[in-house]
Design a protein around this ligand. Sequence first.
Ligand SMILES: Nc1ncnc2c1ncn2[C@@H]1O[C@H](COP(=O)(O)OP(=O)(O)OP(=O)(O)O)[C@@H](O)[C@H]1O
Ligand SMILES: [Mg+2]
Length: 415
Amino acid sequence: MTSRPLYIYLQRPDNGEWVTVGRYTLDLATNAGKFLYAPSYIESGFAWSIDPVNLPLIPNHDFVAPRYSGLHDALRDASPDAWGKLLLQKEHQLPSNTHESKYLVLASNADRWGALAVGKTKLPSVANTAFPKLPQLDALAQELLAIAERRPPVDAKLRRRLVGTPSIGGARAKATIRDGDDYWLVKPFLPTDTADIPLLEHVALQWGTLAGMNFAKTVLHRLSGEQSVVRVLRFDRHGERRFMTISGASLLGTEYPGASSSEVARWSYPRLAEELRRIGAPVEDWKELFDRMVFNAVVGNDDDHPRNHAAIYQPSEHRWRLSPAFDVVPNSDETPKRLTLQVSVGTFAISRAAFLADAVRFGFKTSQEAASHLDALLVRIESTFGQVASQLPTSLRSMLLDRLARNVKVLSGLL
Ligand SMILES: Nc1ncnc2c1ncn2[C@@H]1O[C@H](COP(=O)(O)OP(=O)(O)OP(=O)(O)O)[C@@H](O)[C@H]1O
Ligand SMILES: [Mg+2]
């Protein structure tokens, strides 16, 4: 028994028109999920693969999904994660063993990540929705908190809107607001947080930018009850245009979350740099990934998992680029000694030797060149902390200052 086909639509990067890019079917007996590029798409000569690693543009070829119980990586990227799934489970009384493809279908196209949409008709039909606006940020954050705490709606209309469009990923409560042509992810402080996570995320993303890297822009707000909310500029949307994206998990060909322990061998920064190279991103992006690995180590962000990295297709450049960094949050409970992705073959531990061991895979010509690059980067990270530190309460400031001093020593080879 095969499921009814699900048609996959793509907003063309060149002119913004929606086209049908392919068809997904699921064999309900075996959980074999198949994706076929539409002959009309191939014949049109479009050059855009929806996943250049796992779904190259091959005509008349049924790609069988190797992960996610039969959902292809690019479709999993366009589906919700823990937070959105929780909302959909409640809204539609779904059992916990619900197939991944069900979440893909139920989550609305309106807020989906990247430039893919799904539907049951051969011709694209993608509804546009009015997003909550900036003045509603306070109400939106209050409603997210109410959902997280299982309280009844504060604003019934907003609640319906939030539970109706939970397609964006991640585990934390979040929603999108629109301000002019910009879209922002709104992430409030949660009652379960042991530290001011939105503030830490805001500070870390600003800090990375000041240290010379491409980090997503953020704005911090305080709700009436003093609770903080961070909003993060979405890089996959502008006005009516959506940009193609691919997660680090897809680039690495690994399942996240839910990978088996053997798959962790695939989780690696130098491998991710090589995948960026393979999909056509320039050498500055591979080096930027090296820089982010260093930054994560210095600030103690060990939630740097495969789905917290991404690439984005830049229509003006006709190529994939590393996306701006997002979800970079210093661990507030302990100073990590390891990162989630390997820093060089077989090593997760933070040390100068390990960070330099595979440096040529990030595009450095020699390990000496990488060493000087690393030293200059450490100086930039250290010297820019002062520009963000005043936003932190004393306890978090001294925690980060101690961590910074120690990790700079470790990565300079002095400890
Ligand atoms: N600035 C951004 N622009 C576009 N997409 C983003 C941006 N930030 C995050 N995303 C997308 O939204 C997802 C969830 O966001 P984020 O990682 O910030 O949430 P989270 O709930 O803190 O995640 P986690 O489950 O890793 O804790 C990301 O995996 C990514 O796909
Ligand atoms: Mg995340």
